[in-house]
Design a protein around this ligand. Structure first.
Ligand code: DAH
Length: 339
């Protein structure tokens, strides 16, 4: 009996099977009711009483070992089965949810598209700029309030380096390196040291426009602005230019469009005036041209600058600026259709 047990134990330890079917046959051979181990169990009653304890232990051990071995092999096959399921190369891919463009990108692209139809090309410049390109070259006096620490983010170790407060800095970068005619728009992010609220943020986006050539007049500027306003806000849109002041343009103006909520009658958005302000513009100051090496007796030009958030607010009636930078999917998903 003892020899038989040892022989079976050795057999079981050496078991190797190629597939689940073979494993089942092995299980039947050793562990089923009519299997070899049960046959030994049945023989147990013939064992002499003084050997019963020892043989009993050996028999139990044999049964446990057989069970363990078969369980282990079964787990291996199960795991292999799962792997096979996972790499079904013919299966279609999991659906990946498509993202959508950010509303500010949607509006930026629309602005770019309108101006590119008029022959403007895109120019870009650095967000970390020097004082010359952001202020000095643009005719800002030394004591101009825009240079104030309140508005501008300076680099502490070098006050000559700032985060650009407007995209007008790209104007001078382009004028310094190119000879007219120059016809560019410059979209980009700008920074100001503002307390974040529904109406102000420490970063926002602008698009700058610049056209320099021989004989460019204020009438050209007005016509481009009217075309832009009609394309952006609808063909019924009217524009109005109010005199204003910017250091880098002379004369300077601010442009309003007729309020498309009340149709000009007066409402909360236009504060009862029927007009809403959308951009600043003017004829490039001769000093700015000269600062960039362009002969102001030969060339003239206009510039304009607008906030992308402002345009988006008006177009989509968004009341809180912070929505643009909070990445709330419920808000962003509303613009899927606009993509
Ligand atoms: N840079 C101005 C700002 O940030 C906007 C602006 C006004 C740009 C008039 C221009 C311009 O080019 O002509 O407020």
């Amino acid at each position: 009996m003892k020899d038989k047990i040892e022989k079976l134990l050795a057999e079981i330890e050496a078991i190797k099977v190629a597939n689940a079917e073979e494993l089942n046959n092995i299980r039947i051979k050793y562990l089923s009711k009519k299997g070899e181990i049960n046959a030994l169990m049945a023989d147990f009653r013939n064992v002499a009483a003084d050997q019963k304890k020892e043989i009993g232990m050996l028999l139990n051990n044999l049964k446990n070992k057989a069970q363990e071995k078969i369980n282990m092999l079964k787990e291996q096959f199960d795991a292999q089965d799962n792997v096979d399921d996972d790499i079904d190369l013919t299966r279609t891919a999991f659906p990946v949810e498509l993202g959508a463009r950010h509303p500010l990108s949607v509006v930026k692209n629309e602005i770019i598209s309108i101006f590119s139809r008029l022959g403007f090309s895109i120019a870009e410049g650095p967000e970390i700029e020097d004082d010359w390109h952001v202020f000095s070259s643009l005719n800002f006096a030394e004591d101009h309030p825009a240079r104030d620490m309140q508005d501008t983010f300076f680099i502490q170790s070098n006050p000559d380096i700032v985060l650009r407060t407007h995209t007008s800095s790209v104007q001078t970068r382009v004028m310094e390196k190119n000879t007219p005619p120059i016809r560019i728009i410059c979209p980009g992010r700008v920074y100001r040291n503002e307390v974040i609220s529904a109406r102000a943020h420490c970063f926002f986006h602008q698009v700058e426009g610049l056209y320099i050539d021989k004989g460019v007049s204020f009438a050209d500027l007005r016509q481009v602005l009217l075309f832009f306003a009609k394309e952006m806000f609808g063909s019924d849109t009217k524009i109005r230019l109010r005199p204003s002041y910017f250091p880098f343009t002379e004369p300077s103006a601010e442009m309003d469009i007729s309020c498309d909520i009340c149709g000009g009658k007066g409402c909360q958005l236009c504060k009862g005036t029927g007009w809403v302000e959308i951009l600043g513009c003017g004829m490039v100051d001769p000093n700015v041209l000269e600062n960039c090496g362009i002969d102001s007796k030969v060339y003239s030009g206009y510039a304009l600058g607008m906030g992308i958030e402002r345009i988006a607010n008006l177009k989509y009636k968004i009341r809180d600026l912070r929505m643009f930078s909070e990445n709330d999917m419920r808000f962003l998903k509303e613009f899927e259709a606009a993509n």
